[in-house]
Design a protein around this ligand. Structure first.
Ligand SMILES: Cc1cc2nc3c(=O)[nH]c(=O)nc-3n(C[C@H](O)[C@H](O)[C@H](O)COP(=O)(O)OP(=O)(O)OC[C@H]3O[C@@H](n4cnc5c(N)ncnc54)[C@H](O)[C@@H]3O)c2cc1C
Length: 481
């Protein structure tokens, strides 16, 4: 159920084990949050754009003796991120470590060694947090308890910010190297430092871009699925999971079709999945009830898509544009009840790498602003358009001069769209937040509680959101099928 990256990966893994697999996807396309928009000659990936841990994708093709290279080109980028600060200065984070070190040297010489120490510590976290644990099931509390000494050694109780600040002195570098949890829905000021393993992951395997966009990666997985005999049903929302004697026996779609099944793998939001069992008429065990009641959801996202009639050649493929406030702004986004007046932005300009995203001499952009989720008091029907104008004004006055005269085909997604389109609880961008007390055993388990043949993959389950996370959740399911 569901064809996000987690659902697609789980479907392929189940197929490789010999199951007859049918994918039921509510939307009109595969990919979930990674769907694609095409407007007036401009193409936009709707979601993930920073592709790390490419081997997790390669593995899915290898399951069938195939090579991902025959389906899609994963191009390694030289410039990973350009960080732009409110004073107009910038910092380039690059594949060539010497270039990164030279930039650090010119900003803060003492941090050159600090960055190398940060990478060393990040590798130590990676070796345990990713290599040993990310694809392991965390259903058993005793298994979790056995990991406690390693977690204490790695100081997992520290936040990402504390980890980064212990290595780097300069505020601009601290900001640049602490934003990574935002890509998986976490506030760097309370996300466990285990997520600092991302630094080593990026350094060792780089940041890739699938030529043609993330949509072409989804299309490659879809092609593989069809070749291997997986049946795909689009526009097929599952409304009810029929269970009897603690087993799923069938699913029922919104069109009233009832399809019997031996096992069900859900890529939907875990809370929503549990409420669909016998139309929410199932006695949930205490763990489900506890998570349902107390889970803290990630922030939401406002995503503005547009084309430009000219090219902005000086804008990098991945740009982070920092506003004046950092910690305070994040606190308002994660804990506030209203839309902050200011913002920090991630700007995606795929035309920097791949001209196929826009007509000749034009650019395609998406601009992402983390915002409070639907628990806050924001009327997006009113505030959405105002917020979009504010972002356009700010970019027009800073890094995208004359944007207002050149912008075409603009539209946006608010947290309301995330709720409606992806059935995302509270319109969250990344399901439940990646805080320590919602990780591993404390996160939704990949095997459902109290239902023998129901499995869960995707951002709300262990190990968590982001492509590497959801692809690993499919590996966990694979290991327990
Ligand atoms: C704007 C944005 C940018 C991001 N950038 C990055 C990035 O650069 N790098 C990165 O690694 N990660 C990034 N992420 C995070 C990453 O995209 C997600 O964590 C990941 O794609 C989620 O995958 P998933 O398997 O949980 O499924 P989802 O993508 O959430 O898909 C779930 C699917 O299940 C379907 N579904 C749900 N309920 C039902 C039902 N009842 N019946 C049928 N179908 C159902 C939904 O329609 C949906 O298609 C980004 C996310 C967003 C939103």
């Amino acid at each position: 159920m569901g064809a996000g990256f987690g659902g697609l990966a789980a479907a392929l893994r189940a197929r490789s084990k010999g199951y007859d697999v049918t994918i039921f996807e509510k939307g009109q396309q595969l990919g979930g949050r990674a769907r694609v928009f095409n407007r007036g000659g401009f193409k936009h990936d709707a979601g993930p754009t920073v592709i790390t841990a490419p081997w997790l994708l390669e593995e899915l093709f290898q399951l069938f003796g195939k090579n991902i290279k025959d389906y899609v080109e994963l191009r390694k980028l030289d410039l990973w991120y350009r960080f732009i600060y409110p004073d107009g200065s910038s910092f380039d984070y690059t594949r060539d470590i010497q270039k990164t070190l030279t930039q650090i040297q010119s900003l803060s010489p003492v941090d050159v060694q600090g960055y190398q120490n940060l990478l060393n510590d990040s590798e130590k976290i990676f070796k345990i947090g990713f290599d040993q644990l990310s694809a392991k099931p965390f259903h058993n509390l005793f298994f979790m308890l056995r990991q406690v000494p390693a977690m204490i050694r790695l100081k997992a109780h520290r936040t990402v910010w504390q980890f980064v600040a212990s290595h780097l002195k300069h505020e601009k570098l601290r900001q640049a190297f602490s934003i990574q949890p935002l890509l998986v829905g976490g506030n760097p000021f309370n996300t466990t430092s285990i997520y600092s393993l991302i630094h080593f992951l990026e350094r060792k395997w780089g940041i890739c871009f699938p030529m043609g966009g993330t949509g072409s990666l989804v299309a490659a997985l879809g092609k593989l699925a069809v070749e291997e005999g997986i049946s795909i049903k689009l526009h097929a929302e599952i409304k009810n999971i029929k269970a009897a004697n603690k087993q799923v026996i069938a699913i029922e779609t919104q069109k009233g079709e009832v399809v019997p099944c031996d096992i069900l793998i859900s890529n939907g939001d875990p809370k929503v999945t549990y409420t669909m069992i016998n139309n929410n008429n199932y006695s949930k065990n205490w763990k489900v009830k506890f998570r349902e009641k107390y889970s803290k959801y990630s922030m939401a996202l406002f995503v503005l898509f547009f084309g430009t009639k000219k090219q902005y050649a000086n804008i990098a493929h991945h740009t982070i544009w920092f506003g004046k406030r950092y910690k305070e702004l994040l606190s308002e986004i994660f804990h506030g009840k209203k839309l902050p007046d200011d913002f920090s932005l991630y700007i995606h300009r795929p035309t920097a790498t791949d001209p196929s995203f826009a007509p000749k001499d034009c650019d395609s952009f998406y601009v992402l602003s983390p915002v409070p989720n639907l628990k806050a008091d924001i009327d997006w029907k009113v505030q959405g358009a105002e917020y979009a104008s504010k972002i356009i004004d700010s970019l027009n006055d800073t890094i995208l001069p004359n944007l207002k005269e050149n912008i075409v085909e603009s539209f946006f997604m608010t947290p309301e769209d995330f709720k409606k389109d992806y059935m995302s609880e509270h319109g969250a961008g990344f399901s439940i937040a990646p805080v320590f007390y919602q990780s591993a055993w404390f996160r939704y388990h990949n095997k459902a509680e109290g239902i023998k043949n129901l499995y869960l993959v995707g951002a709300g389950t262990h190990p968590g959101a982001g492509l590497p996370g959801v692809l690993c959740s499919a590996k966990v399911v694979d290991s327990i099928l």
